[in-house]
Structures are given as C-alpha cells and as structure tokens.
Design a protein around this ligand. Structure first.
Ligand SMILES: Cc1ncc(COP(=O)(O)O)c(C=O)c1O
Length: 466
C-alpha cells in the first residue's frame, strides 16, 4: 500500500466556498504540510520538500481535453466512468499507430520496435505496482479480464469449495464469478454491505471464512460509496484459510496507484482508461496463481505469461502505449520536487500521496453540499474521517423527490458533466434499498479537478436540488 501520511490542510477545510473565493484559492492549487511537519516521506527516495503544492496549472497542461472547445465552460465529473487521457498517452498512441502498427516481434524495425514498446509497458507497470513483469496481463477491459478469470477458476474450484463474493462490487467483479462458481457446484456466500452506510464490516467477513473457502472477490473501493476496504487485511485473513483473493481496484487506482506487491492479493485488477491511459484492463496475477490456473488461450500459448489469460489476444498499439502514463507520473514527480533518479514505484507512491491530498481538500466541499438533507440521500461516508480507509471522491446521491435523470440533466445544463444510473453496481444500490432502475446521480473527480470545478458543481447542486 502507498504510505498514507495524514495531511493537515493549511487552508481550513471547513471554510465555505464564499470564504474560499475570499482567501483566493485559485487554479494554482493548495499549500500542504505533513501533520508531523516533516513533509512527505516516500519509499526509497521520492521525498518532496515541506509545504509542497500540487501545481494544477502543470497538471491540467498535461491533459489536452481541458483546452478543447467541446469542454469549454464545463467541469468534468464523470471520471469514475473514464478519465481524460494525459498527452503522453495520446502522443504514444498516435506514434504507435503512425510508425509501429504492424504485427509486432518480427525483425523489421517497425515490428521490432512495436514489440519492444509492448514489453516495456509491461515492465514499467510491473515496477510501478511492485510486482514482476510476468505477472502483468493486459486485456480488453476489467470486465473481460474477470470473465476469463471466472472461467479459469471454474477449472480449479468445485463442489466442496465456498466462494465469498460481496454486494459492494461493480458487476464485473462478481457476476461472472458467481455464475462460474455456481456451475461447478460451489457454495456462494455473500458478504453484504450495511444497508444504511453501504460499508463492508470485516468482522462479518471473518465469520464467513472457513476451511472450505477457495476464493474471495472484493472491491478495493466501491464505485458508488467510494470507501476503501482494507484489502491487505482481507487478503491476510483469506490466505489464512488457504483461499485466493481477487481485488477490483478500478475505483481506487485513479486516486492512488496501489502497491500491489504489498497488498498481497492473488489478483489485482484495474482499468487503464480510468487511470489517464489507454482503453485496456490491467490485471496482475501473482506467479503462484498464474501457474495454477489453466491456460485460457490457444494451446501453444500455455507458457506465454501475457497471453494465457487473454484469449482476445493483445491490442498491440494500446499495450505499447499503456506505459506512457508513467512518463506523466515521472514528470509530475520531478515537477513537484522528486528526483529523476527515484525508481518508478517511489515516484508513484509520492505522486499518489499528493493526488490524494489534493482530492481530500476538495471532497468535503462536495460532501457538505449533499449531507444531512431531507431531500437527498448521500450514499457512502459523509466525511473523510468517517471510515478508517480512504474516502475516494466518488460521490453518489439519490435525490428523494426528483428523478435522478432530471437532476443529472439539469446539472449538465449548468456545465457539470455528469450522469445518472446504476453504474453497473445494481447490487450495491439494491443493498442500500435504492431502486437500481431509478438509479442515482454520481459526481466523481480526480487530481486534475480544480477548486473552481467543485465550486461550479456545488453552485449547480444548490440551484438544482435547492
Ligand atoms: C469498480 C469497477 N469495477 C469494474 C469496472 C469494469 O471495468 P471495465 O469497464 O474496464 O470493464 C468498472 C467500470 O466502471 C468499475 O467502476
């Protein structure tokens, strides 16, 4: 897990938006200092100076979407559905399509270099996530990756095994696994969210575990309630009875790129297209499990680590461009005082901490606009410190007297790019007593979101829901 220092925001979080404009918090960002006054402590270097600021102008200059007429006068709050791509990603894709878009890994130069870029992406992501290159699998999406995993697990699980799933997951990390497990005669146990808070209680998980548990699937953070689950602890407990663990990090990784090696889960998944990169799913399958799961690809790919769990075959250009977002992260790191000699993991950890600090300064403003109201039900924790884990800025609410679609429409009219629906988390809404067909409105943001964006959203909410 990335180190999570507690941050004390110099600008008081409790200030109202009017106060914010009075104290002149502008697009340049925020001032920070570690609560111990010591500044950020990265692993193996990666130390930023005290009081380091996230430079929003620098950040946004790396995302071409902000300068495009189609987004002018609007603020983007559909990040949990897919983030903007950084220019490094766009440039890498353009270059690949222009120069290297041939069958890779042959001897002619365009083919050789295309293949090298694909290998390089895998190696760089492995370093960033703290795992080995042979453990990194790129697939068309996280949904496709979990589908393949479900088929593979169906060959190693059977009657006598129990599978623990949750109703806090996006359907991608639960539906296919449930179907496959049911087909081969496993007992399925559902770890249920609290119907009021949407949170998972780890004590209930412990009660569900048994010697027969073969597999556990769990989200790192929900795409509706936004709270982080202690997946390191969950993994330890599951491993204690010999079970494998699949963690869906799709809603967590855009806010803080995880140290997958330290978490210890057997599988960790996230979607690169929500993480400023290409439209691919990245799946880490730890070596022990990789050897145990049967090949899902052509028979001759059995020993090809990056193909055996991707029957779709690799999307060469996207895999070759998938590592370019790490150029952005390294540039971000150095711009904020990190050293060019720091390794990728150290840079990722430091950058993630600063992303999080920036988000944490803005999240309460959005939560405060929606909490403690009779006409709105805010889903998930209403404050950052309401839960032990991180509260990601994925903020969903149910407008009680208005149609969510109408609310989303009115927000869009006011320049807030958002939407409504169940976001493929129908089981979560059901567990919270919210009709999935009616849906909710979700505002999600990331580190490139500005105080002005949040002010626009809060003003628009005030206008629309009163
Ligand atoms: C938490 C979560 N898990 C899984 C997925 C599925 O990802 P993909 O679109 O890559 O299949 C999503 C997509 O929204 C998600 O939010």
């Amino acid at each position: 897990m990335p180190v999570r220092p507690e941050w004390r925001v110099i600008v008081a979080l409790s200030a109202t938006l009017a106060e914010f404009s009075r104290v002149g918090v502008g697009r340049m960002g925020w001032a920070w200092v570690g609560s111990d006054g010591a500044g950020w402590q990265g692993r193996k270097g990666g130390r930023y100076r005290d009081g380091v600021q996230l430079d929003l102008d620098f950040v946004r200059s790396n995302f071409p979407a902000f300068g495009r007429p189609i987004n002018e006068g609007q603020s983007f709050f559909e990040n949990a559905g897919g983030s903007f791509a950084c220019r490094h990603t766009i440039d890498a894709l353009t270059e690949y399509y222009t120069d290297f878009k041939v069958q890779p890994f042959s001897e002619f130069e365009s083919s050789r270099r295309g293949g090298e870029l694909m290998d390089r992406s895998r190696e760089r992501w492995a370093e960033a996530l703290g795992v080995e290159a042979r453990e990194v699998v790129f697939g068309p999406s996280t949904s496709a990756n979990t589908y393949v995993l479900a088929l593979a697990f169906a060959d190693v699980l059977g009657p006598g095994n129990e599978v623990i799933v949750t109703n806090q997951d996006h359907e991608a990390n639960t539906g296919a696994i449930r179907r496959a497990a049911e087909r081969v005669g496993c007992v399925i146990k559902e770890w249920k969210i609290d119907p009021d808070t949407g949170l998972l209680d780890i004590a209930e998980f412990e009660a569900l575990l048994s010697e027969r548990t073969g597999l556990v699937t769990v989200p790192h953070a929900s795409n509706i309630v936004g709270s982080e689950n202690d997946v390191t602890r969950i993994t330890q407990l599951a491993h204690g009875v010999g079970a494998r663990v699949i963690v869906d990090g799709v809603s967590f990784a855009p806010h803080s790129l995880p140290d997958v090696g330290t978490i210890g889960a057997d599988v960790y998944l996230f979607s690169l297209y929500k993480t400023y990169s290409v439209h691919q799913g990245l799946m880490v399958v730890r070596a022990g499990l990789m050897a145990e799961l049967p090949n899902q690809s052509h028979f001759f790919n059995d020993s090809v680590a990056d193909k055996r769990l991707n029957p779709a075959g690799p999307d060469h250009a996207q895999v070759g461009s998938a590592g370019a977002v790490l150029d952005y992260i390294e540039a971000f790191h150095q711009h904020h005082g990190g050293s060019a000699t720091d390794d990728v993991r150290a840079a990722v950890a430091s950058v993630s901490a600063l992303w999080r600090a920036h988000e944490d300064a803005l999240t309460p403003l959005l939560l405060d606009a929606l909490a403690d109201r009779d006409d709105v039900r805010l889903l998930g924790p209403a404050t950052l410190d309401a839960v032990a884990g991180h509260r990601c800025p994925t903020v969903a609410f149910s407008p009680l007297a208005q149609d969510p679609r109408a609310v989303a429409h009115a927000l869009v009219e006011r320049g807030v790019q958002t939407s409504s629906g169940h976001y493929y988390a129908a089981r979560v809404l059901d567990g919270l007593g919210v009709d999935p067909d009616r849906g909710v409105v979700r505002l999600s943001f990331v580190h490139y979101t500005s105080p002005d964006d949040v002010a626009r959203a809060v003003d628009a909410l005030r206008d629309v829901i009163g």
